[in-house]
Every structure is written in C-alpha cells, then in structure tokens.
Ligand binder design. Sequence first.
Ligand code: SME
Length: 151
Amino acid sequence: MVARVRRVVAAAREPREAVRAAVEAVHESSDRYDWTGVYLLEEDETLVLSHYVGEPTPHERIPLGRGICGAAAREKQTLVVPDVGADPRYLSCDLSTRSEIVVPIMKDGVVLGEIDIDSHAPDAFGPADRQELEQIAALLAERFAGREVSH
Ligand code: SME
C-alpha cells in the first residue's frame, strides 16, 4: 500500500492532487476503511476537510482541540480509538462508525494536517495500520514542504 501511495503522490502535479490520490489509494487498500479523509490545518487553528471518500460529514471544519481530530493535531501524535462510543472527545459523523484512527501530517514538528479514517468495525486499527499510515503522512508532509496548499 505504501509503495502504491508513494507512486501516486510522486505523480501528482500539485499538492492538492497528491492529497486526492493518496486518500483514494489508502481508502481502497482495506475493506476496514469505511471513511478516509485528509484535513489540512488553516491559520494554525482550524482543520479543514480537503478530500475524502465515504459519506459526507457535518464536520468539514474542526477547531484545534475539538474531536479526536483536534486532539491528535494538538498533541502531535497518532490517536487510535478502538471504541468511539467510549471516547468523550469523539465527534460523530456516521452512526455506523465504531473505531477511528487519526494520524498527524507533520514537517519538522509543525502540524500541516492529518489523515482520518473511520471504520464500521470495532477496534479496526492495529499497529500495521498505524505504521503504514504514518509513512503515508510523512510522504504527504514531504510533498507539502515549503508550499501553500490550497483547498
Ligand atoms: N470523528 C472525528 C470527526 C471527523 S469524522 O470522523 C469524519 C473526530 O472526532 O474528530
């Protein structure tokens, strides 16, 4: 999966296209991924949904510190939530969602955005998912480095 994403990210003409291609390749890589999206951080305070595959979400803009997404960006670390119903930070997008992973996209300690994946299966995300998605986040961070990313 990582090799495929590396190819599509490298082939993209600009960062926004790289995000779209990466989201689609990641989504297709597992039946457990029911909603896959990338949020980009704007003005250091709001996560704005860039591209996604899955049902439309009411949470297209998430302030830092809100939701699992905001917490991951603020804490600058991957968050794996095996049971979203048991996490008070969770912002619901789809009643079918049972578990979630959020992986920050960071360059030199600065959060640029994040990869967010929801699953209808409980506890769907293991160490292998986390490791692969952190590699994808690093690829995207490289692609963004030194550029403005427009929506
Ligand atoms: N569940 C997220 C909100 C985004 S949706 O998953 C698409 C959260 O708690 O931050």
